[in-house]
Write a protein that binds this ligand. Sequence first.
Ligand code: PRP
Ligand code: URA
Length: 212
Amino acid sequence: MSNPMDHVHVSTHPLVLHKLALLRNEMTEPKKFRELVREIAQLLFYEATQDLSLARLTVQTPLGPAQGYEVAERVGIMPILRAGLGMSEAVVEILPTVHVWHLGLYRDHETLRPVTYYNKLPAEPDIDLSMIVDPMLATGGSAVAAVDILKNWGAKRIKFLGLIAAPEGVQMLSTAHPDVEIYLAAIDSHLNERGYIVPGLGDAGDRQFGTG
Ligand code: PRP
Ligand code: URA
């Protein structure tokens, strides 16, 4: 029997770890924070797309034809609003052909359960790989709800890209959806009584948008 943790990939790349410490620092102001979210998201997206299929092509250089490749899969990313926005912008920068489907979810402060308020999925699931992007995997409720929405829509191959997770969130997502590959920069110690990741980085939405 396969171990659900086989689907969890925590980056050990030195650049990710270096930037993650800067991101966590409470002295990092929103402008720098957004820049770090973007940079770490690109590094993690690079790691999460190692298995993308390629098609061969020929291009003309100034000196003649050269054999090359292009990404052959249709990739869609689903940023969970609002904290996932910074990560989706980062992904679009390095793979401009991605489709972006915004999903509005917020956690109810009392129950910590996700509440859906916006869904921009197109009618047809005409995509090969779907990737949810959200910096924080806390209880896991938002990520599980996002995967449920993608699966009900018809998505087959789904990955989750986050920055920091709590063990509780990883457990919940990998138990509910063991087929979903999870890519992270870190798994932290635990959740506090308000559902925040400890030590984490605080509220990822507030820190990106200066609303704390
Ligand atoms: C944060 C985060 C996730 C969610 C994770 O969003 O960006 O979407 O919490 O928590 P969970 O794993 O317990 O569901 P939040 O609800 O704070 O909304 P925001 O991005 O609008 O600030
Ligand atoms: N959402 C955040 O932004 N931070 C946490 O630690 C948990 C949920």
